[in-house]
Design a protein around this ligand. Sequence first.
Ligand SMILES: C[S@@+](CC[C@H](N)C(=O)[O-])C[C@H]1O[C@@H](n2cnc3c(N)ncnc32)[C@H](O)[C@@H]1O
Length: 218
Amino acid sequence: MEEGQPLGWFEQLYEKADSESVPIPWADLVPNPNVVALFDERGIKGEGKLALKVGAGLGDDAEYLDALGFEVVAFDISPTAVRLARKRFPNSRVEYLVADLFQLPEAWRGRFDFIWESYTLQVLPPDLRRKAIGLIPGLLAENGELVVVSRARSEDDPEGEMPWPLLESELRMLERVGLDCLSFEDYTDGEAPPVRRFRSFYRKASDHLSGSSPGKPP
Ligand SMILES: C[S@@+](CC[C@H](N)C(=O)[O-])C[C@H]1O[C@@H](n2cnc3c(N)ncnc32)[C@H](O)[C@@H]1O
């Protein structure tokens, strides 16, 4: 990440990966297995519901939501990522959009029945991460649900290198901006080498009208 460019490097990385045909470090080209496991456990189906994929990358997670029956909006700050996702899934029903989480359309506020966030918060520096955590609940419709998966650390662990593992206290902020936590797991996944992760699942509290504003149109 270049100094003073906490968001600009994503497009640079996708552009370089595309032009030089090198792999993108986080793009496994399959739906995130940590989230798929939660979908399976909870028997989540999407018929009649609108889902949002945050930081959609090359599109595998968004396509998985589509396969579950959701209508899907998937956005990424990188125009190249969005172009590549559309190219990989040319007949997709998913609406792939270039958008910045910090400047989303006002019309998205309170619109989504389901939001999937995996691995985007952990590539944001702490100030932007906290801002993002404050924004995401405002995008949910009443009773809307959110899944978040990230790397995990304890308060006394070193911050480490990017992708920076999250603290439980950072995710607990979601419960102060209008979400009920339905499950919170702190576990080690089956990757080699294994990674400690948080996987949490929320529902928008019906008596809470809004989180923070998602901001102005891009
Ligand atoms: C580490 S990748 C994770 C991609 C995908 N969510 C996954 O699990 O494989 C983070 C993604 O978020 C995107 N991103 C970063 N900051 C963003 C922002 N402010 N708004 C929208 N997308 C963003 C990046 O371009 C990148 O595709």
